[in-house]
Write a protein that binds this ligand. Structure first.
Ligand code: SF4
Length: 381
């Protein structure tokens, strides 16, 4: 019998906006090229019904963070975003200091729109820059160029106190110097948070059909080291596998995922995870925008109860991405299992120098963090 107390698990909200101007050749997200305009009226009506249905499951818990992700949420008009935030406040108790992040694409940015998003309640902007280099952006099939990336970052920093820049590393033909030039531009532009993702070739994408030549392993290591060195020198903390932040600037929304908190998901293909006294339930909404828009509440395509034997792996797959790990008490509070469920396997990893003693925190060592995948294999259900 689970001992989960949902009231002790923090709750976030994710809103998925599934459209992009066009599909990037490396992207396997649930994003769809837009033919014409965003069907805002239809989309808002569906999201409002979705929110209402989800609110009934939240048990009055405050929403600590909201994240508008995609796709390209900055395709939404400021009016639509304001109406959406109002609907969220009507349906759910938004914590007074809630972090509200919106993802924006430099190719769709308008400075006035940023100001209106801020006026509506967005207090953190995440900019999908990927690179400031024109040739690299062309190879990635992005709709923006370097000048637009610089302009969008300048407008973002003028409008929002907290700005993330997404960068890609390991681009075709990229040298450590080229990767550093992108990092330098993000720093000079005033980003307080950087997400540096390695370009990977995902199945069923145009890049999988005609793969570009990516940097060799040695070159990739040199890129990672150069980025690490530069960001550390700039005072950034490498707090998660792909995330860097100035002190106090870590993304609270993502921290909630990585610390196995709960989240409601609304919008096409949005995922949710909710603790209940009976256990943890995962949900995914109808994935295709057309299907989602023609569905009715609760919009659920899939719902599964997480088996207790899968919980140690699921918890650690998230928590060990964090360099500092999480307090040990959170394991029982967020899985309903006793800490002993980790014990024998943890002891083996501790003896190999891959994790810290369980008496302190649930945390990897520096070496374990670098070897995360092999470390996690120990906990596969
Ligand atoms: S803009 Fe982002 S979500 Fe849209 S297709 Fe490109 S990578 Fe995917």
């Amino acid at each position: 019998m689970s001992t989960l107390d949902p009231a002790r698990v923090p709750l976030s909200l994710y809103v998925h906006v599934p459209w992009c101007v066009r599909k990037c050749p490396y992207c396997d997200f649930n994003s769809h090229p837009l033919a014409g305009e965003v069907p805002e009226a239809e989309f808002l009506a569906a999201l409002e019904a979705d929110l209402e249905a989800e609110a009934g499951r939240a048990g009055g818990r405050p929403i600590e963070t909201v994240f508008f992700g995609g796709g390209t949420p900055s395709l939404l008009s400021a009016e639509a975003l304001a109406r959406l935030l109002e609907a969220i406040r009507q349906c759910l108790p938004l914590a007074p200091n809630a972090e509200v992040t919106l993802e924006a694409n430099p190719g769709t940015f308008e400075a006035e729109r940023f100001a209106a998003y801020a006026a509506a309640g967005v207090n953190r902007l995440s900019l999908g820059v990927q690179s400031f280099d024109d040739a690299a952006l062309r190879r990635l099939g992005r709709i923006h160029d370097g000048a637009q990336a610089h302009a969008a970052l300048a407008a973002a920093v003028r409008t929002f106190a907290r700005v993330n820049v997404d960068l890609m590393i390991g681009l075709p033909g990229q040298s450590p110097a080229a990767a550093l030039a992108d990092v330098e531009a993000a720093l000079a532009g005033g980003a307080t948070h950087l997400s540096c993702y390695q370009l990977t070739i995902e199945p069923n994408t145009p890049f999988a059909a005609a793969p570009p030549i990516l940097p060799a392993d040695e070159e990739m290591m040199a890129i990672e080291e150069a980025v690490e060195h530069r960001l550390t020198r700039a005072g950034f903390v490498h707090y998660e596998v792909s995330a860097w932040a100035l002190p106090g600037e870590a993304c609270r929304h993502n921290l909630n995922y990585w610390s196995f908190g709960d989240y409601l998901g609304v919008g096409p293909g949005a995922h949710g995870k909710l603790s209940t006294p009976e256990g943890i339930v995962r949900r995914m909404k109808h994935k295709h925008p057309r299907r989602y828009l023609s569905a009715r509440a609760p919009f659920v395509q899939e719902e599964t109860a997480v088996a207790p034997e899968a919980l140690p792996f699921e918890f650690l797959m998230n928590a060990l991405r964090l360099r500092a790990g999480v307090p040990r008490e959170w394991f029982a509070a967020r899985t309903g299992l006793p800490l002993e469920a980790l014990a024998p396997r943890w002891a083996r990893l501790e003896a190999q120098g891959l994790v810290e003693p369980l008496a302190w925190r649930i945390a990897p060592t520096e070496r374990g963090w670098r070897l995360l995948n092999s470390l996690l294999e120990e906990f596969l259900p």
